[in-house]
Design a protein around this ligand. Structure first.
Ligand SMILES: C=Cc1c2[nH]c(c1C)Cc1[nH]c(c(CCC(=O)O)c1C)Cc1[nH]c(c(C)c1CCC(=O)O)Cc1[nH]c(c(C)c1C=C)C2
Length: 382
C-alpha cells in the first residue's frame, strides 16, 4: 500500500492539509468541490479522489459541483477548524450530536439491523421503497394517489386563495397548499409565465448516465479482484488520446456479485457462480451520446483493459444497456444561495403566500435520506 500510487497521492495530501491553515475569505460564499479540495489537499488529490468521488455520487464534473451543497460537512469543517480542515473534521467528529431530528425518526430496529452494513439492496430493486410508501399511503382515508397523469398548469385567481391544478388528462384539483417535488424547470413550465419560480433554472443542470449490466458465465479464473468496484477519476488535462480511449467515458464499475452476493440466488452452495458487474458511463464525459453508440465489443474492451484478467473475458450471457437522461441533478456553485432566494420569494410573494413549497433531489440533496428529510420539513410554517 505504502508504495502504491494511491498512497503516494493520499499521504502527502493529508499531511499537507494537517499542516496548512487556509481560512475561506468572508466574501467567498461557495466554491466548486475541485477548487475547495485543491486548496486543502492539492490539485492531484482533487483530480483523482475528488473527481472520482463526485463521479460515484453525482456523475458530474467536480469543477462545477458546489462544495457547500454536495459536501456541507467539509465546508463546515473548514469553518470550524478556522481554515485547518483536518482540525475541523476532528472537532466535528468529537462534537456530541445535538440533532433533535435524530430522536424523532421512527426507526424500529433498523439501527441494530444496519450495524456494520455499508451497503444494502432490495431483492426486487429500489422500487420496493416506493411500493411500500404507496401501500402505506393508500391505507389513509385522506390520501388519494393519482397515477399516469401529470400537472399541466398551476394557477390561482387573484380573487381566490385556492390553487387550481389542471392535469394533462383534463382533471382539475383545487388545493389550499401545494408541495412540488418535480424539477424547478418542470415547475416553471406549469406556473403562470408572469411569475416564474426562478430566473436561474438554467443553472440547475442534470447528469445523464449510461448504465450497463453485464453477466459473465462461471469461469475458472476470477474476472475481477474482490471488492466493491472502482471509480474512474477525471483524465489529466494533458492526457493522451490513447489514455482517454482506455476509459472512453467510464465513470465507474460496481462488482455486483461481490458487493451484494445475497442478490444472486443459486440452487445450492456448490452451484457455479456467475459474475455480475455494472459499468456506468457518461455524466460529464462526451461518450456515450446514446445507448445505440455503446457497442458490446467496445464495452468489453474497456472492461478488459481496466481489469486485466489472467485470461480473456468470456462472452457475457447477458448485457443490458440503459441510458438514463437527466437522472441526477447537479447542484452547481451557488446552488444553496439560489434555492434560499427562491424559497424566500415563494414566502414573500403576494401570489404564492408561502403556500407553495419546493422539495426534491434538485432542491435539497440527491440522496434518498435527503429527500425524506425535506419532506419532513414541509408545511412546518403553514
Ligand atoms: C445512475 C448512476 C448513479 C450514480 N450515482 C447515483 C446514481 C443514481 C446516485 C448516488 N450514488 C451514491 C449516492 C450517495 C448515497 C448516500 O449518500 O446516501 C447517490 C445519491 C453512492 C453510490 N454510488 C455507487 C454506489 C454503489 C453507491 C453506494 C455506496 C454507498 O453509499 O456506500 C456506484 C456509482 N454510482 C454512479 C457511478 C458512476 C458509480 C460507479 C461505481 C453514479
Amino acid at each position: 500500500m505504502a508504495s502504491s500510487s494511491l498512497a503516494r497521492t493520499l499521504v502527502p495530501a493529508v499531511l499537507r492539509a494537517t499542516l496548512r491553515s487556509r481560512p475561506i475569505p468572508d466574501e467567498v460564499a461557495d466554491q466548486s468541490v475541485d477548487t475547495f479540495l485543491s486548496a486543502y489537499f492539492g490539485a492531484e488529490f482533487a483530480r483523482t479522489f475528488g473527481s472520482a468521488l463526485v463521479h460515484g455520487i453525482y456523475a458530474a464534473d467536480s469543477r462545477q459541483l458546489s462544495v457547500r451543497a454536495a459536501f456541507p460537512s467539509l465546508w463546515d469543517a473548514s469553518i470550524r477548524g478556522k481554515g485547518n480542515i483536518v482540525r475541523g473534521i476532528v472537532q466535528n467528529a468529537l462534537r456530541p450530536s445535538n440533532n433533535l431530528d435524530d430522536k424523532t425518526y421512527e426507526m424500529g430496529n433498523m439501527m441494530d439491523k444496519m450495524k456494520g452494513v455499508s451497503v444494502y439492496s432490495f431483492q426486487d430493486g429500489m422500487e420496493t421503497i416506493t411500493r411500500a410508501l404507496r401501500q402505506d399511503l393508500e391505507k389513509r382515508h385522506n390520501v388519494e394517489i393519482i397515477a399516469g397523469d401529470a400537472a399541466a398548469s398551476l394557477r390561482r385567481d387573484a380573487s381566490d386563495t385556492t390553487f387550481k391544478i389542471d392535469t394533462v388528462t383534463g382533471r382539475r384539483i383545487d388545493a389550499s397548499h401545494v408541495v412540488s417535488a418535480i424539477s424547478l424547470k418542470a415547475l416553471n413550465n406549469i406556473v403562470p409565465p408572469s411569475i416564474p419560480i426562478t430566473s436561474t433554472t438554467s443553472q440547475n443542470s442534470t447528469s445523464s448516465v449510461t448504465v450497463v449490466n453485464i453477466v459473465f458465465p462461471p469461469t475458472s479464473f476470477p474476472i475481477h479482484p474482490p471488492g466493491f468496484g472502482y471509480l474512474v477519476p477525471r483524465p489529466r488535462s494533458n492526457a493522451l488520446d490513447a489514455e482517454l480511449e482506455d476509459h472512453a467515458g467510464t465513470l465507474g464499475v460496481v462488482f455486483d456479485s461481490c458487493a451484494l452476493p445475497q442478490q444472486d440466488l443459486y440452487a445450492n452452495a456448490a452451484s457455479p457462480r456467475f459474475t455480475k458487474v455494472t459499468m456506468m458511463l457518461g455524466g460529464p464525459h462526451a461518450f456515450p451520446h446514446n445507448a445505440e453508440s455503446v457497442s458490446e465489443d467496445k464495452l468489453l474492451g474497456i472492461l478488459s483493459r481496466h481489469l486485466a484478467p489472467s485470461q480473456p473475458l468470456p462472452k457475457p450471457v447477458l448485457i443490458r444497456v440503459h441510458h438514463l437522461t437527466g437522472c441526477i441533478p447537479t447542484p452547481t456553485v451557488g446552488h444553496l444561495q439560489r434555492i434560499a432566494a427562491v424559497k424566500n420569494d415563494l414566502k414573500k410573494s403576494e401570489f404564492w403566500r408561502g403556500n407553495l413549497e419546493i422539495v426534491g433531489a434538485g432542491v435539497g440533496g440527491v440522496s434518498v435520506p435527503d429527500c425524506i428529510e425535506q419532506g419532513r420539513h414541509v408545511g412546518l410554517n403553514w
